[in-house]
Design a protein around this ligand. Structure first.
Ligand code: SF4
Length: 336
């Protein structure tokens, strides 16, 4: 963690309810960042269009759902700015301006572009201008706020490098003698606290192996009961190995360290059975999710508050974006 207060921008696409994998992969990091830095967290609804352009209707419903998930998880609108990308039109204006100076070759080299296009080939036609150019939109989202740092996982580093390159190119072309206008945002590399899905594969709603943050506890219990454990532990009297058990990563993230150590020992000595181990996990999940569910219920019962939070965040983001955009226009001699 850095010592100086950084300005941080990060977003998520509204594509459906968040699950525990999202929480431990991204959200828990955001919760820590909001305590120490100036954070802008946005619902990337325009980004969702890059893959959902043929049927964008459901995106609208996912927007409030995503904000509820964030606030239920602990994001505090008093500590960070929560806003919606499409409600700050300056993102689109800067995207257009930056697209003029971004070489196509930089975008074609983007490894995620090739991977996702391959992954979704056959399902969606992603040979679109918008999909190729989405890293430019991503760059606009970040540098519009003159962000100094971006939380990223190792796999997102090429994207951030592209953002830095575009910012550098703008500074080189348009601020040759003045101080560079855009900071080149640095990577705040996040430790990947990966939580496997209930079946050991990557946690994903589409695999049906996830636990949603808003899921009722009574629905989670049966899922935990059927979770895969150490497949070599055939009988209760066999010693198990927590390191190969699919359940233990959950304990590591959700159960306090002392109990975790007891579980590890109990499993290895066969003094703890898997049924009891699963009960302990359910206790931990209940402790973790109860306040999350309470915050969710409070917001769901008060939709006006939810929309007021988003309106306030949009206004705060817009104020910064409008000010910076006017400076950018002036820099380009496009302020009329
Ligand atoms: S006791 Fe717990 S950690 Fe050990 S194999 Fe069973 S479920 Fe996994």
């Amino acid at each position: 963690m850095t010592t100086k207060k950084e300005r941080i921008v990060s977003g998520m696409r509204p594509t459906g309810p968040l699950h525990l994998g999202h929480h431990f992969g991204v959200l828990s990091n955001w919760l820590a960042l909001q305590e120490e830095h100036e954070c802008f967290f946005f619902v990337a609804d325009w980004h969702a269009l890059t893959t959902e352009y043929a049927d964008p209707r459901k995106i609208k419903d996912f927007v409030p759902g995503l904000v509820i998930d964030w606030i239920a998880a602990g994001l505090d609108p008093a500590k960070c700015v929560i806003f919606q990308q499409s409600q700050v039109k300056e993102h689109a204006e800067l995207h257009l301006l930056l697209s003029m100076l971004t070489p196509v070759g930089w975008l074609e080299r983007n490894p995620t572009y090739k991977e996702v296009a391959q992954e979704l080939s056959g399902q969606k036609d992603l040979a679109t201008y918008g999909f190729l150019g989405y890293p430019v939109l991503m760059c606009s989202d970040i540098i519009l706020y003159q962000a100094t740092a971006v939380p990223v996982g190792q796999d997102q580093l090429p994207h951030l490098e592209l953002t830095r390159e575009i910012a550098r190119r703008f500074n080189y072309l348009h601020c040759p003698e003045a101080a560079p206008y855009f900071p080149e945002p640095k990577a705040l590399l996040t430790e990947e606290a990966k939580l496997p899905g209930l079946d050991g594969r990557k946690m994903s709603k589409s695999y049906g192996n996830s636990i949603a943050l808003g899921e009722p506890l009574e629905d989670i219990g049966p899922k935990i009961k059927t979770m895969l454990t150490d497949k070599n532990r055939l009988r209760r009297s066999d010693a198990g190995d927590p390191e190969v058990c699919n359940l233990f990563p959950y304990h590591k993230l959700l159960t306090d360290a002392a109990l975790c150590a007891e579980i590890r020992e109990g499993c290895a000595k066969a003094s703890l059975g898997c049924v009891d181990c699963k009960k302990l996990l359910m206790d931990s999940l209940t402790r973790f999710l109860t306040p999350v569910h309470e915050r969710r219920r409070a917001l769901e019962n008060d939709p006006e508050r939810l929309w007021a939070i988003l309106a306030d965040g949009n206004a705060r983001a817009r104020a910064v974006a409008a000010r910076n955009m006017e400076t950018i226009r002036q820099t380009l001699n496009f302020s009329f």
